[in-house]
Ligand binder design. Structure first.
Ligand SMILES: [Zn+2]
Ligand SMILES: [Zn+2]
Length: 382
């Protein structure tokens, strides 16, 4: 194997993070990032398994004694965004950047790995899980398709996401629904074009398209039992030609809810509405679902543990009353095993996630890895 990174023997988490930042890879194409993670784990004397559900990497640190199993998860994919930063370690891959801080999440878990490699758990075992393809909502589910991982009995899952807009190092938790279920939808309506002077000879999808958009925008009022949100993100009708009446329309939207089953009802109601409309207007219709995420459901017990450990470390804690509107595919692990996703503030003035001037705040590596290690100490040290 070819070592892509320079500093494997003497581990420096901030340097490691910056090296990841320099060489970002898009979701499902993170081959070199996965290789770097595996090499770094090996350099720490650990024995990672690679190729888990695509480019996933898993590393078990086993005390050899009975006890609980704790899974710590970090994601490592980047985004199709052109970086605007000009510092020495900015992206060397044109049009791709770590704009969500997954480089920092991975460096944090590597810092945890380093400590556990010299101070392993004295009971039970810890699974360090490095996950690809979070941004597309594919990575966690495909890792769980791995037979070995799917068979594991896991007692505790923990993961964190950095969060601009909150004070640096503030730990943000919420029991039960922490982040929304969401899905992208593309609706295509097809009729028949005609000369614009003879629209009666065609099958025009304009009226149906407007009804679909109106239905989408009014959707949240129908599901008052949960938080729901629909954003129409794109619409396209016919061609830019004054002589042609349109024969095709496309509408794209994002649907969200803090309850996965409510989101499923929204999906089936939308399907029914579109197919009824298509029959009425003699159109053919197609619906595609993309980038689908379940809601992140946290266990109250695990949230409590995060809060207690944060307080012990002197980190401020904020307990949310409403779920985050965004989605995170750690939901797949939390559907299978109990645990908690929490956030750590990246600073109130920090550039937003997915912005071209964003960069993960290195200071969080220390507080986040300290929090993970404190939780491990509580569960795995007698
Ligand atoms: Zn993101
Ligand atoms: Zn992210």
């Amino acid at each position: 194997m070819n070592n892509l990174f320079d500093n494997v023997c003497e581990f420096d988490a901030i340097l490691f993070r910056r090296q990841l930042h320099q060489r970002p890879e898009l979701s499902s194409f993170e081959e070199n990032t996965a290789l770097s993670i595996a090499l770094q784990l090996e350099a720490l004397g650990l024995t990672p398994s690679t190729g888990i559900g695509g480019h996933g990497v898993v590393c078990v640190i086993d005390s050899g004694l009975p006890g609980e199993t704790t899974l710590l998860r970090a994601d490592f994919d980047a985004l199709p965004i052109k970086e605007k930063n000009a510092f020495s370690y900015c992206s060397q891959h044109e049009g791709v950047m770590h704009a969500c801080g997954h480089d920092g999440h991975t460096a944090t878990l590597m810092a945890v790995a380093q400590t556990l490699s010299v101070n392993p758990p004295t009971q039970g075992r810890v699974i360090l899980l490095f996950q690809p393809a979070e941004e597309t909502g594919m990575g966690a589910a495909s890792m769980l398709n791995d037979a070995w991982l799917a068979e594991q009995r896991v007692d505790n899952v923990f993961a964190y996401h950095n969060l601009p807009g909150y004070p640096l190092h503030t730990v943000i938790v919420k029991p039960d629904a922490f982040a929304c279920a969401s899905t992208g939808v593309t609706i295509e309506l097809e009729g028949k074009t005609s000369h614009a002077a003879r629209p009666e000879n065609g099958v025009n999808p304009t009226t149906a398209m407007l009804k679909v958009i109106e239905y989408l925008q009014c959707m949240p009022t129908r599901y008052r039992e949960s938080f729901t949100l629909v954003t129409v993100v794109h619409a396209l009708l016919g061609e830019e030609a004054f002589g042609t009446a349109p024969g095709k329309a496309t509408v794209m939207a994002t649907l969200r809810s803090d309850n996965s089953s409510v989101l499923n009802s929204m999906k089936s109601d939308l399907c029914e509405m579109v197919s009824t409309l298509a029959v009425q207007d003699k159109l053919t219709s197609q619906i595609q679902w993309q980038e689908s995420f379940n809601a992140v459901i946290n266990s109250p017990k695990h949230c409590e543990l995060v809060c207690e450990q944060a307080s012990e470390l002197g980190l401020p804690v904020e307990i949310l009353s409403e779920p985050m509107r965004w989605s995170e595919d750690v939901a797949e692990f939390l559907q299978k095993w109990p645990g908690a996703l929490f956030c750590i503030g990246s600073g109130t003035e920090h550039p937003e996630l997915h912005n071209p001037d964003y960069d993960f705040p290195d200071a969080l590596i220390g507080s986040a890895s300290g929090l993970f290690l404190g939780i491990i100490r509580r569960i795995h040290h007698s």
